[in-house]
Design a protein around this ligand. Structure first.
Ligand code: MF3
Ligand code: CO
Length: 248
């Protein structure tokens, strides 16, 4: 069921998303080569807790951490580990969610560690821009296919591919609500968006093919060809003539 949020609900979602944004900004200042992915997770857990909010990923369908930390060919849902070290030249996607007074925030960034290859730099920048290309078409009455196509066409015209197996989502009192929000689509098709709908838009873009698989840990999604992938996500509320980004 797709819900339209009231002004009061949107205000609570602003709060939840500002906490997520600030946790990611903190990670961006602290992350460096030699750190473990568990240390990144600890920063996120402690920051969200200090705000009087709860990390929404922790315990979600058995997920064991507060952040997803996904390096290079890992697309999303990398499980933090005290044995996994971040290295110079890596791109590291960090995905964070919080619940504040019953409402969810969800966002992700990809960080470049020291000097990274030109391909990884371009992939990281294009993935971020995919989000901004997508929201250019957002407003009341726009269709999900318009949004998906805006993202897909930008990624593909830059020589990259869009992951199909995972999509964005509605968000509110649940982290994952209807509708599904694919990063691909056909203009003029799909559900019409209405003002007050809150959605998480999260392009996952691969340098090679769009094919992915899940590792034996049951969570970590990796590219099938082993080439790098990047992720960028914000929660937005659709408005009459555009949208408001809640997690920036
Ligand atoms: N943040 C992810 C999303 O955007 C979900 C994380 S899965 C979890 O949909 F298990 F880690 F919570
Ligand atoms: Co999400």
């Amino acid at each position: 069921m797709v819900t339209i949020k009231s002004a009061e609900e949107i205000e609570l979602m602003r709060r939840a998303n500002i906490i997520v944004r600030d946790a990611l900004d903190l990670v961006g200042r602290e992350i460096k080569a030699g750190m473990t992915t568990a240390q990144v997770d600890k920063l996120v857990f402690e920051y969200i807790s200090s705000c009087g909010a709860k990390p929404s990923f922790l315990g979600y369908e058995g997920y064991p951490a507060s952040a997803c930390v996904s390096i290079n060919e890992e697309v999303v849902h990398g499980i933090p580990s005290p044995r996994r070290f971040i290295e110079e030249g890596d791109i590291v996607s960090v995905d964070v969610g919080s619940v504040y007074k019953g409402y969810n925030g969800d966002a992700a960034r990809t960080f470049m560690i020291g000097r990274v290859s030109e391909e990884k730099q371009r992939l990281t920048a294009v993935t971020r821009q995919c989000f901004f290309e997508g929201i250019k078409v957002l407003k009341e009455g726009a269709r999900l296919g318009d949004l998906g196509w805006a993202i897909q066409s930008y990624a593909e015209s830059n020589g990259f591919s869009v992951v199909r197996a995972l999509v964005g989502h509605g968000i509110g009192t649940d982290m994952h609500e209807d509708p599904s929000v694919p990063n691909y689509g056909t203009p003029g098709r799909g559900m019409r968006l209405r003002a007050g709908m809150t959605i998480a838009i999260e392009p996952m873009i691969n340098a090679g093919t769009f094919d992915v698989k899940v590792l034996k840990d049951g969570w970590t999604v990796v590219t099938r060809d082993g080439r790098p992938s990047a992720h960028y996500e914000n929660t937005v509320v659709v408005t009459k003539d555009g949208c408001e980004i809640l997690s920036l």
